[in-house]
Ligand binder design. Structure first.
Ligand SMILES: Cc1ncc(COP(=O)(O)O)c(C=O)c1O
Length: 381
């Protein structure tokens, strides 16, 4: 049997490679983005309760209504935007799935999608699987900000979508109000969609407001805004998220969704509906994660790494110019083997492998995990 691969150049992801290496060398794994601390006991109890109460069969294709209602209330209270839970919110099995479904909903072969690099690894393959063409723009190093003039230059009659991600993986950069202003002026009166990956929604630091598309009703008209419960509630293995869009776009989104997943895990949706009714389930998340970032930054002063700015997400990047001039991949592999700490080389987030000698660390870890990692990193000379 012969298969004509849709993704001929895709191999095993670096996350798998580095995690395998971390296990083999018993290294502290600050590579992959998952918490190693306990999630909320209350949320676990609510899932148990939902299962015991018999919420174990399919919920509607769009998602459990009380959960969509709770999300709509949250959106109104945070962003002052009214959304209809019936026609604008769809529960999905994770953020990545929501992005995949959104892009599959709108893309035709030959369409162009603007993607900023470094980029989360699913965007380019998702565009390609749909026969569309990624148009890549580098974020400005080392601040990882968008140069909107470059965006204007890359817009063509074939541009169908712009992919956004704030807070940003791998760099922790966040979009500003001015970025949103630029975006609005660029897409105004154009048939260009926006797919906004906001899976780190509540994890923005230093009092900076999260610039969600949901703040801007004119942008929401042309956007799919994708979220992840797993990322914000420290349970990445749950793979549950949602997509918010306009009623017209949601209708098309659900046509794709209903023949793929159809309906998501029921007891977790029931539990989340109750959990979200208390604002304390999400309002303290920023300061919780900021403490971890700040602790990591403080510890890292004992090392030769120069950390870059991180204003959100699970991640902070660092350069290692004072240690070595190896490629970021070789360096990451070597410190895993020799020093027992695993980062992710940032070049893997660029299609061209752009190597600014930067590695990414995940600080969504227990204090003792961060301390054990930095104790080892401090011995690198
Ligand atoms: C930017 C970004 N989007 C999406 C995801 C995945 O979210 P989920 O696990 O809900 O699919 C991740 C996970 O690392 C991510 O970093």
């Amino acid at each position: 049997m012969k298969i004509h691969s849709k993704l001929p150049n895709v191999g095993t992801t670096i996350f798998t490679v580095m995690s395998d290496l971390a296990t083999e060398y018993n290294a502290v794994n600050l590579g992959q983005g998952f918490p190693d601390y306990e999630m909320s006991g209350e949320l676990i109890a609510l899932v148990n309760e939902a299962m015991k109460k018999g919420f174990n069969q399919y919920v509607p294709m769009q998602g459990y209504l009380p959960l969509r209602e709770a999300l709509s209330e949250k959106i109104q209270s945070l962003y002052n935007t009214v959304t209809d839970p019936n026609t604008q919110i769809t529960i999905t099995p994770g953020g990545t799935y929501a992005i995949y479904t959104a892009l599959t909903t709108i893309l035709q072969p030959g369409d162009e999608v603007i993607i900023f690099e470094p980029a989360y690894d699913s965007y380019v393959p998702t565009v390609k699987i749909n026969g569309a063409v990624p148009v890549l723009i580098d974020l400005e190093f080392p601040g990882y900000k968008i140069d909107w003039n470059k965006v204007r230059q890359k817009i063509s009659p074939k541009t169908r979508a712009i992919m956004l991600n704030s807070p940003h993986n791998p760099t922790g950069s966040v979009l500003s109000a001015n970025d949103m202003h630029e975006l609005r002026s660029i897409v105004k009166d154009k048939n260009i969609f926006i797919c906004s990956d906001e899976v780190y929604e509540h994890l923005v630091f230093d009092g900076i407001p999260h610039q969600s598309i949901l703040r801007y009703p004119d942008l929401l008209e042309k956007s799919f805004v994708c979220f992840s419960f797993g990322k914000v509630f420290h349970c990445t293995g749950w793979k549950l998220g949602y997509c918010v869009s306009s009623p017209e776009l949601t209708k098309e989104f659900r046509k794709v969704h209903q023949f793929n997943c159809f309906s998501c895990n029921s007891p977790m949706q029931v539990a989340l509906a109750k959990f979200l009714s208390d604002k304390n389930s999400y309002l303290p998340l920023s300061s919780f994660m900021q403490k971890k970032r700040d602790h990591f930054i403080k510890l890292m002063k004992a090392t030769k790494f120069q950390l870059l700015n991180s204003s959100g997400s699970y991640f902070i990047c660092g350069t290692y110019h004072d240690i070595s001039d190896e490629s970021d991949k070789d360096f990451s592999i070597r410190i895993t083997k020799e020093y027992g700490v695993t980062p992710i080389p940032v070049s893997v987030f660029y299609q061209a492998g752009t190597d600014n000698k930067v590695v990414r660390f995940c600080f969504a870890k227990k204090e003792e995990t961060l301390e054990a990692a930095v104790e080892r990193l401090a011995t690198i000379s």
